[in-house]
Design a protein around this ligand. Structure first.
Ligand code: FAD
Length: 452
C-alpha cells in the first residue's frame, strides 16, 4: 500500500498507532470494580476512602486496621493497586500548596495530576524539569514507580523530590527530607505505595521556559549509530522504532525563545494514516517491511514551539499494555536490535512501535536508574490483544542485557530476581517491615516483589 501524497507527520503516526477501542466493562458485580487505565487489571475493593484532609486520613489509619492501598490515576500496568481492602484516593489532596521564589521549589498535594501542575507553576514563574510521555498520572503515583521522561541530562521525577510527607500505617505523620531522614528519604522517593500514604510533595523546579520539538522519520540503524551524540546534543531525544520496518519515528526537544506555534493534530491525516496501517495489518508480518518503509518515507518532518509542559507530555487516547525495562546505556543499542530482529524472525504480529530513550542515573534505593545512566526500552500491545505471548518472548532478552523492569509496567519478576538487580532492596524490605509490621499496605503483587 502506498499513498499518493507526502502528508503525514510523526504526531499523526503516533496518534494512529493502536487506534482501537477498549474492552467493555461487562462483569456484573455488587461492588464497584476498580480498573486500571488499560483495562487489564480489575479488583473489587471493599470500600473507597477519599480523605478531604490529612487529619481525616490520620484518624482513619489510627482507628482502623483494614488493609489499604493508595491509588493515583490507575495508570500502572502492574497490579500495585488491586486490593479487596480499602482503596485510598487522594484526589481531594491536590493543588499547589506552597512555593519558594528563591529556591524554585514548590509543594503540591499528592493527588495532583501532573497535567494540573504546569499552569499554577507558570503563574509563579516555575516549571518542572521534565515530564513523562503523558501527564494524566498523579504526582504521588508517578514518583512511587520512578516515572521518567527522556533526556540523558534528566532524572526520574522521583529525583526532583526535595521533601515528602508520609502518613504511616499507624497514622504517624513524617516529614522526610535528605537532611532529616537520609535513608528513609531515598527509600520513600520510590516506594510502590508500600511505606504509607504520601500526602504532599515538595519538588525542585526551575524557571519557566519554552521548548521546540522536532519530529521526523529516519532509518532506525542510522539513528542508533549516532544516538549518543544526538542524546548529548539535544535537551531531550528519543525514538519510536517501527516493527517489521527499517524506520523509526524520531523526536528531539530543545529550549527556545521562538514564538509559540503549536499546530493541533489533523484528524483527517490521522484517519488516512490509520487506514494505511489497517491495510498492512491484514498482511502476514513477513510481507509488511516494504509497505511500512514506503509509508515511513512519506512522513514529513514537523516542528512545534510551546511552553515546556505543553511540549513534554502527549495525549494517548488509545489504550495499550506496556512492558519497559532499562538496561545499562552502553548495552541499549544491542538490546534494541535483538528485540527488533526477534520480532521480525518470529513474525510477531505487532504494529505498535517500540520506545527507546535515555535517563540519567540517581541514588534512590528502588529507582530503575540507581547507579548510572540507562536506556529505557518499551514494547506495547493494544489493550484488547493478549499481551502475554509477545511480552513472554521479549522479556528474557531484557534479562540478557541486565535489564531492570519499570515498577509500573508489566514484568514477571519476584523478590529473588529483583534482589539481584536492586542492591538496596533488602534494606528497603527491612524499612518497610519496620514501618508496616502487619502488612496493611501489602497486596499479592507487593508480597511477590518483597518476598513477604
Ligand atoms: C499511557 C501511559 C503512558 C505512560 N508513560 C510513562 C512514561 O513516559 N514514563 C514512565 O516512567 N512511566 C510511564 N507510564 C507509567 C506511569 O507513569 C506509572 O505507572 C505511574 O506510577 C502511574 O501513576 P498513577 O498516578 O496512575 O498511579 P497508580 O498507577 O494509581 O499507582 C502507582 C503506585 O503509586 C502508589 N501511590 C499512588 N498514590 C499514592 C500516595 N498518595 N501515597 C503512596 N503511594 C501512592 C500506588 O499504591 C502504586 O503503588 C505510563 C502509563 C500510561 C498508562
Amino acid at each position: 500500500m502506498s499513498l499518493s501524497r507526502r502528508r503525514f507527520v510523526v504526531r499523526t503516526a503516533l496518534a494512529a498507532f493502536g487506534a482501537y477501542s477498549i474492552k467493555g466493562f461487562s462483569e456484573a458485580s455488587t461492588t464497584l470494580p476498580w480498573r486500571n487505565w488499560s483495562g487489564a487489571l480489575t479488583s473489587y475493593p471493599a470500600s473507597r476512602f477519599a480523605p478531604a484532609s490529612e487529619d481525616e486520613l490520620v484518624s482513619f489509619l489510627r482507628t482502623t486496621s483494614d488493609t489499604v492501598r493508595p491509588v493515583g490515576a490507575g495508570h500502572s500496568f502492574t497490579p500495585l493497586v488491586p486490593t479487596d481492602g480499602v482503596l485510598v484516593v487522594l484526589d481531594k489532596l491536590s493543588g499547589l500548596f506552597d512555593y519558594d521564589e528563591l529556591t524554585d521549589q514548590a509543594t503540591f498535594g499528592a493527588g495532583t495530576r501532573l497535567g494540573s501542575m504546569g499552569v499554577p507553576l507558570e503563574a509563579v514563574g516555575q516549571a518542572m524539569f521534565n515530564l513523562p510521555d503523558i501527564d494524566r498520572q498523579t504526582l504521588a503515583g508517578a514518583i512511587s514507580t520512578a516515572t521518567h521522561g527522556t533526556g540523558i541530562g534528566f532524572n526520574t521525577l522521583s529525583a526532583y523530590v526535595t521533601e515528602i510527607r508520609l502518613v504511616t500505617a499507624t497514622g504517624d505523620v513524617l516529614d522526610i527530607s535528605p537532611s532529616t531522614h537520609p535513608d528513609l528519604f531515598r527509600a520513600a522517593c520510590v516506594s510502590l505505595g508500600s511505606l504509607g500514604v504520601v500526602t504532599r510533595l515538595q519538588m525542585q523546579n526551575r524557571s519557566a521556559y519554552r521548548l521546540k520539538e522536532r519530529n521526523w522519520a529516519q532509518k532506525t540503524e542510522e539513528v542508533l549509530e549516532s544516538f549518543d551524540e544526538l542524546a548529548n546534543r539535544h535537551r531531550h531525544f528519543e525514538m519510536f522504532p517501527l516493527t517489521h520496518s527499517d524506520y523509526a519515528l524520531v523526536l528531539s526537544i530543545d529550549e527556545t525563545e521562538e514564538p509559540i506555534n503549536h499546530p493541533a493534530p489533523n484528524p483527517e491525516e490521522e484517519a488516512q494514516f490509520g487506514n494505511a496501517m489497517s491495510s498492512w495489518m491484514l498482511m502476514p508480518p513477513n510481507e509488511r517491511r516494504p509497505h511500512i518503509n514506503a509509508l515511513a518515507e512519506q512522513i514529513e518532518p514537523s516542528e512545534a514551539v510551546d511552553v515546556s509542559y505543553r511540549i513534554l507530555a502527549n495525549v494517548r487516547n488509545n489504550r495499550f499494555n506496556e512492558m519497559e525495562y532499562s538496561v545499562p546505556r552502553e548495552r541499549g543499542g544491542d538490546c534494541l536490535r535483538e528485540i527488533l530482529n526477534t520480532i521480525a524472525e518470529r513474525q510477531i504480529d505487532v504494529v505498535f512501535p517500540l520506545e527507546y530513550r535515555y535517563v540519567q542515573g540517581d541514588d534512590l534505593w528502588l529507582s530503575m536508574f540507581g547507579g548510572g545512566d540507562r536506556a529505557a526500552i518499551s514494547i506495547h500491545r493494544t489493550a484488547e490483544a493478549d499481551y502475554r505471548p509477545y511480552f513472554d518472548v521479549i522479556e528474557p532478552i531484557f534479562w540478557k542485557y541486565g535489564g531492570r523492569p519499570h515498577w509500573g509496567k508489566v514484568h514477571s519478576l519476584g523478590y529473588a530476581e529483583l534482589n539481584e538487580l536492586y542492591p538496596r532492596l533488602e534494606e528497603f524490605r527491612m524499612l518497610r517491615a519496620e514501618l508496616d509490621p502487619h502488612g496493611r499496605f501489602l497486596n499479592d503483587h507487593l508480597r511477590k516483589v518483597f518476598g513477604v
